[in-house]
Design a protein around this ligand. Structure first.
Ligand code: IYR
Length: 222
């Protein structure tokens, strides 16, 4: 067993309470401005912004600090085209199949269709993989803990960072994403979690009118 090494919590920031109140309010206001967009401009995005946001995402807490995530950032036009083609095949089935009829009905208010031009138009597709298990130095399977929770938290932090930087995102999840392993040459212990489409919104893009639940509806204090 390795002995644990401890160090002082040197980076913790302590603010006076009025400042905390103001900071939390300002952060809420900033987050409230985030909207998922489905129409992107092809205006290029500086890769260093994406790198910083990925660094921020990688600070996420994870089960046993195993950091069971992998990000493949796609900007290559040929690879984006391959992803679009494979995704649209999945979507065509999804929108026409009897087994997903109710699901498709529940999405009607979003106006989504099988055609996914944003997969080629947006400058970056950040594909996110969950490492369902890892490998020991000897090459044996190593159990990973709370994989979905960990990758979900890191993804939330990534979306938050990109929004904070001024970029728009789309959390895109075709019903079956295994094609990503093949296209991006990822090993079978990695399961695609999401395609995060990143860029600038296209000019005059429209977003659906939606409501977020209020505090009373989502939380209670005992
Ligand atoms: N993947 C499909 C369907 C879809 C599913 C959910 I859940 C959404 O919130 C939105 C769309 C598509 O992107 O069209």
């Amino acid at each position: 067993m390795t002995t644990k090494q401890m160090q002082p919590l040197s980076d913790y920031c302590n603010y006076p309470e009025p400042e905390m109140k103001e900071r939390s309010l300002q952060f809420y206001k900033k987050m409230k401005q985030r909207r998922t967009v489905r129409e992107f401009s092809d205006h290029p995005v500086d890769k260093r912004i994406i790198e910083n946001c990925l660094r921020a995402a990688a600070t996420a807490p994870s089960g046993a600090n195993q950091q069971p995530w992998h990000f493949v950032v796609v900007s290559d036009g040929t690879v984006k085209r391959q992803i679009r083609k494979a995704a649209e095949e999945v979507e065509t089935k999804f929108y026409s199949q009897a087994s997903t009829k109710n699901w498709v009905k529940d999405l009607a208010h979003l106006g989504t269709v099988p055609n996914k031009p944003f997969l080629e138009k947006a400058p970056f597709l950040i594909t996110i993989f969950s490492q369902l298990h890892g490998y020991s130095l000897a090459g044996e399977k190593k159990k990973h803990y709370y994989v979905l929770e960990s990758v979900g938290i890191a993804t939330g932090m990534l979306i938050t960072g990109l929004h904070h930087a001024g970029l728009a995102t789309l959390t895109y999840t075709p019903a079956n994403m295994r094609f990503l392993n093949k296209i991006l040459k990822r090993p079978s212990n990695e399961k695609p979690f999401m395609i995060l489409v990143v860029g600038y919104p296209s000019e005059n893009t429209l977003v659906p009118v939606i409501e977020k639940k209020g505090l009373q509806d989502i939380a209670e204090f005992l």
